[in-house]
Write a protein that binds this ligand. Sequence first.
Ligand SMILES: Cc1cc2nc3c(=O)[nH]c(=O)nc-3n(C[C@H](O)[C@H](O)[C@H](O)COP(=O)(O)O)c2cc1C
Length: 190
Amino acid sequence: MQLCVPLPGIRGKPEGRRRWDASGFQVEDKQLVGIGTLGPVKRLLIVHHTTSPTLEAMYQAVRAGASTDEIEGVEIVSRPALAATAVDVLAADCYLLGTPVNIGYISGALKHFFDQIYYPCLEATAGRPYAAFLHGNNDASGAVRAIEAITTGLQWKRVRPPVVLTGEPGKAGLEECWELGATVAAELAG
Ligand SMILES: Cc1cc2nc3c(=O)[nH]c(=O)nc-3n(C[C@H](O)[C@H](O)[C@H](O)COP(=O)(O)O)c2cc1C
């Protein structure tokens, strides 16, 4: 069951709607803006492990970029890595993965996500596009390699180099995150 509430129009556009799916997660669905004028909706799933204000800023920037009004026909679904399921992955067309670097690797939470979804999604999601954003204090190379190894196993297709930030993200870093979200969503929209 999905709940719908009207939202005020943004920048003079017609009203959009905010929805929550059965799990209570918010879904932003631009297809509901101007029904009948757009093609089929594609779904971009953001799976992220957000453990600090820095990571939250990066996640919000990625999500804002992916949700920009300029892109139509893409709905954004976000899941914390510890809550994301194989059903979420199967239902999406494209993935954005966010993680801190922990002890030279991706977070245990994102690893747990992959451990859970790997076999249930292996066949059905081969060839699907993905990109990633990571934050570490100094060296993210092990975590970048881990994401590459796991997604190679899944046969996901990397559509953008990962955004890797260290230390304070700053304006430029957050802009990189926004661009990542916007570019991946725009490519998905086609
Ligand atoms: C247990 C632990 C291990 C970490 N290991 C690494 C590491 O191997 N490489 C690195 O660059 N940063 C490492 N970090 C730093 C985290 O990546 C960083 O705290 C996280 O990205 C959030 O950034 P913030 O603390 O500046 O908000 C580690 C942090 C923790 C808590």
